[in-house]
Design a protein around this ligand. Structure first.
Ligand code: NI
Length: 195
């Protein structure tokens, strides 16, 4: 097993469409997945796509709660790791939600990105398994972010307001301002409803 080098924004491998995985059970694919898991853990990432480790194949891994009813609160986080080959995403509504994202290939930055609020996604997983999930919230956001990597899209390319592209070191300041604005506008709303 090995920790792999992560490609950064500007590298051609991040800008092209990745190829389908023909055989998810091939030894080289399982070797790749294990190295990706190790690399993601080392970088403390929430997700990782194969092009980010210079492999142009349609493989993503990510942590997201699956909502399993048999999940125990003290289960280890590895429980929530999903390995997904050849994913297909279907938006379930036109509703977009804005949320802050970071990316191991865009180090040091955060951006506020619109994503579909809820999606259905399908694909193959390890050991011949199939995944077919309907998700929303952070789970839907992570899947859309990771799968974008397979089509050469990085999150800044999805942004509609580049004033919300900030350095991590300034992120909390921006968040405070955003919350201040939100507090002010809710105050205005309260005043209006009082009137
Ligand atoms: Ni990313």
């Amino acid at each position: 097993m090995a920790i792999l080098k992560i490609a950064r924004m500007g590298h051609p491998v991040l800008m092209r469409r990745a190829e389908e995985v023909a055989d998810p059970d091939a030894p080289e694919i399982s070797y790749l997945v294990h190295n990706m898991i190790e690399t993601m853990a080392d970088a403390q990432g929430l997700g990782l796509a194969a092009p980010q480790v210079h492999v142009p194949k349609r493989v993503v891994i990510f942590h997201a709660p699956t909502g399993d009813s048999d999940r125990e609160p003290d289960d280890p986080p590895e429980r929530d790791l999903t390995v997904l080959f050849n994913p297909v995403i279907e938006p379930l509504s036109d509703e977009l939600v804005y949320g802050w994202e970071g990316c191991l290939s865009v180090p040091g930055l955060r951006g506020q990105v619109p994503r579909h609020a809820s999606i259905r996604y399908r694909g193959l997983t390890l050991n011949g398994g199939k995944i077919d999930r309907t998700v929303h919230g952070i789970h839907a956001r992570v899947v859309q972010h990771e799968c974008d990597h397979l089509d050469g899209i990085l999150y800044p390319m999805r942004m509609t307001d580049l004033t919300k592209l900030v350095f991590e070191s300034e992120f909390h300041r921006t968040m405070e301002e955003t919350e201040e604005v939100a507090a002010k506008s809710s105050h205005v709303e309260a005043e209006m409803s009082d009137g």
